[in-house]
Write a protein that binds this ligand. Structure first.
Ligand SMILES: Cc1cc2nc3c(=O)[nH]c(=O)nc-3n(C[C@H](O)[C@H](O)[C@H](O)COP(=O)(O)O)c2cc1C
Length: 330
């Protein structure tokens, strides 16, 4: 079975403008996207911003799965109903977010502390929406690795389309190494198709995961790889992982445009920033550009001086002066 590659949800970064621009400039190797989480609201399910983010006509990508973050079955069902009416078949449940504001209310990774309530949550959802296509994005526990066993038992009771596993505990946030042994154990024990997620920044990282899976004889259980931060720091990552042509993207008329990789990243950032400027204004456009550059700069360490100036820029055009020095060459 051919592995699929997905773009991870990164709240504050991978909004529809980012997803559309990424897909337009680097379509090769991307099989689909998961949206950043939406927390159901009591009266209207979503904020206007969230609604716009998942509105079908705003999303010019090949596949998008909206993600819900809640521990309330009623909240989930209310929002899932809206999302289904907007044209989405599959919905993803966030059981991985480790941020304090989310876990304080028992949501995201903190829901994993309560396998019995989790089981009841899924029971209620499937009994109200038996035809729902549900996928899950999860950590391997919250406090300790021993929690995994109970979680596997719960997950195996339900017909999830797939389970994306980020093999860290919730309390580890993004620190330390991923727990590969626990990932392989989950891969072996879980009935659902599994997508691996975590710390893939280059093809060596990916190959290491694949060879561990192969050595364990579990290749047929792994159906996909999901990448987040690695893709923001290197928008060509999925193209690279799929070892397709590095020549450049197809031009408007199908011809191959032979831009350098840096120039392609520059063009991507230019369009992304223009669209964000149009939609949200200069301040947010600059702030988001800086956040993306924060990830990208890890790959351009020889331009430390210019890189820092980007982060200190007061306007978008000032930031682009420095970005051009680093990236705008053929
Ligand atoms: C800034 C930021 C925002 C994130 N937002 C979400 C989110 O909305 N939903 C989610 O499931 N995971 C979210 N995550 C987790 C990522 O989707 C992913 O699981 C994590 O970054 C590990 O993968 P990576 O090493 O490829 O980035 C977020 C992570 C970061 C760093």
């Amino acid at each position: 079975m051919e592995l699929k590659y997905y773009v991870a949800p990164l709240e504050g970064i991978t909004n529809y403008i980012f997803r559309n621009t990424l897909y337009k400039h680097f379509p090769r190797g991307i099989d689909g996207f998961c949206s950043p989480f939406i927390v159901p609201k009591l009266k209207r399910a979503m904020t206007v911003r969230e609604f716009k983010d998942v509105l079908k006509e705003n999303n010019k990508v090949n596949a998008l799965v909206p993600q819900v973050l809640t521990r309330s079955p009623e909240g989930f069902l209310f929002l899932a109903d809206k999302l289904r009416n907007m044209g989405y078949e599959e919905i993803n449940l966030n059981l991985g977010c480790p941020s304090g504001t989310v876990t304080a209310s028992g949501k995201g990774a903190a829901f994993l502390k309560d396998p019995i309530e989790l089981e009841n949550f899924f029971k209620e959802i499937y009994s109200s929406m038996p035809d729902l296509t549900l996928s899950v994005k999860t950590r391997i526990g919250y406090e300790k690795l021993e929690e995994l066993e109970d979680l596997i038992e719960v997950y195996n009771l339900f017909p999830f389309k797939n389970i994306t596993i980020h093999p860290r505990l919730g309390k580890e946030m993004y620190r330390g190494n991923v727990h590969m042994d626990e990932f392989l154990y989950s891969l072996q024990k879980l009935n659902a198709d599994i997508i691996y997620n975590g710390d893939i920044k280059n093809s060596e990282n990916r190959d290491k995961v694949l060879s561990a899976v192969k050595e364990a004889g579990l290749e047929n259980k792994l159906t996909g790889i999901m990448v987040g931060r690695g893709l923001v720091s290197d928008p060509l990552l999925l193209e690279r992982l799929n070892a397709k042509s590095k020549e450049g993207r197809n031009g408007e008329n199908g011809e191959i445009v032979k831009y350098s990789e840096d120039k392609r990243v520059y063009n991507f950032l230019t369009e992304y920033t223009e669209l964000t400027h149009e939609e949200m204004g200069e301040g947010p456009a600059l702030q988001k550009l800086k956040e993306i550059w924060g990830h990208m700069s890890l790959r351009y360490t020889s331009f430390e001086r210019e890189g820092k100036k980007i982060l200190k820029s007061k306007t978008v055009s000032e930031a682009f002066e420095y970005l051009a020095q680093i990236l705008n060459h053929d």
